[in-house]
Design a protein. Structure first.
Length: 317
């Protein structure tokens, strides 16, 4: 096997390799859109990586058996680290000998990533590829983010007594800003300990509430927000395979600690699903950190995981 730069002559085979694996995933996750089943979409993305010199091909007897391409991302996940990121369409390996192929690709890619100053390595894997997950686990990678999807079929969940569920309207921006700020403080605290980004301000929420592509739900006890849920046409940083015109993405959710355990989150999700279906959306996606205990316990009950993002932080970059 030879590791060479990814070139145009490899693109068609690489795109077909990705689509074949995506077809396998859709058997267990039929809510996935058909958008990325067109190999021309993956091919167009891979061509850009090849032109940028950010791709490798594993070739054996003149045939492509694997490929790996990436983006170099400054300030990865709002940290001071530069990251290398391989989306779900940006890598693949023949099933037979996948461990050997991926190890060879990673060995060559890691040299390039070190030269680019990358202090964190990340790949997004299709969820059904257990053998691939095992390969990257043995390469020192751990789970970090999960992408999941569901149909907008009804979910039966009533609001707890004493709480009301409302769709946020102009005038609710202060309430949204306050609970989202608490949400971000939750991210920064143990055990999640994410690099705390900036929550939307009251002024930003006022603008979002005027945008037809933004939706938010609040659970209220009197005038106090107990929980919120926000949805948009697409989640920044989510996997490409969950995006579609008839899909809506959850981009924020939080229940204040005092209200947990009362089945409030399912009720809020049920209301959002009904509203999304009435608006013509057939699918709903979410992406969440696996190391967030509340998120990891909640979302897989109602959504089917379709991508696992794995991360390694080398001790020496």
């Amino acid at each position: 096997m030879e590791i060479v730069p990814l070139e145009n002559g490899h693109i068609e085979a690489a795109a077909e390799m990705f689509v074949d694996k995506l077809c396998g995933l859709r058997k267990s996750a039929p809510a996935l859109p058909e958008t990325m089943l067109d190999p021309r979409r993956a091919a167009a993305l891979l061509e850009k990586r090849a032109r940028a010199g950010a791709g490798l091909a594993a070739v054996e007897d003149g045939r492509l058996v694997g490929y790996l391409s990436w983006f170099v991302v400054p300030n990865f996940r709002d940290t001071d680290r530069t990251g290398s990121y391989c989306p779900e369409w940006a890598h693949g390996a023949r099933t037979q000998g996948a461990a050997h192929i991926y190890r060879g690709l990673y060995r060559a890619a890691a040299e390039r990533w070190q030269a680019s100053g990358c202090g964190v390595h990340v790949l997004t894997l299709l969820a059904h590829e257990e053998a691939a997950r095992e390969v990257w686990f043995w390469n020192g990678f751990g789970l970090s983010v999960v992408d999941a999807i569901r149909w907008t079929e009804p979910l039966v969940a009533d609001a707890p007594r004493g709480l009301s569920l409302i769709k946020a309207r102009p005038g609710d921006e202060r309430t949204l800003a306050e609970i989202e700020a608490e949400h971000w403080r939750h991210y920064a605290a143990p055990p999640v300990q994410m690099s705390a980004g900036a929550p939307n301000t009251e002024e930003e929420f006022a603008a979002l509430l005027a945008d037809e592509n933004f939706h938010a739900w609040l659970a209220l006890e009197g005038g106090t927000a107990a929980a919120y849920l926000r949805l948009e046409s697409r989640s920044h940083g989510a996997a490409n395979i969950v995006a579609a015109e008839d899909a809506i993405a959850i981009t924020g959710a939080f229940t204040r600690p005092a209200y947990r355990g009362r089945k409030l989150a399912p009720a809020l999700l049920a209301a959002a699903i009904d509203d999304a279906r009435a608006a013509g959306f057939r699918r709903m996606s979410v992406d969440f950190e696996s190391f967030n205990p509340e998120a990891a316990a909640f979302w897989p009950r109602y959504f089917t995981p379709v991508c696992f993002s794995v991360m390694r932080i080398p001790e020496r970059a």
